[in-house]
Design a protein around this ligand. Sequence first.
Ligand SMILES: [Zn+2]
Length: 95
Amino acid sequence: MQWLYSDALGGVKLYVPEEFETEAKAILALNFSEDVDAAFEEKLEICAQCQSTNFINYTKGKKPAFIVFIFLGFPLFFCKHGRKCTDCGWFKETQ
Ligand SMILES: [Zn+2]
C-alpha cells in the first residue's frame, strides 16, 4: 500500500515453513498483472450524465474548506472524496 515507506524499510518479507520454500518461490514468480487488470476492467465506471469512462479521483469542497480553515482556524465543513468525470465534471461520492 505505501510503497515508498515499504522500500525504505527494505521491502516486504514473506516467511514460510522450510517445506513450502519451493512452492512459495514458484507462486512469487507468477505474474498476476493481467488478472488484476481484468478485475478492474469488470468494474468499469460509467458517467451517469455523458456515459464517459474517463474518471479521476477528486475531492469536492477542498478549496472552500481550506479558506474557512485559514480564517477561522478550524474546519467548518468537510470535503467529499469521490470520482469525477473528466469529460462533463459529474461527481460521484465514494466511501
Ligand atoms: Zn461525464
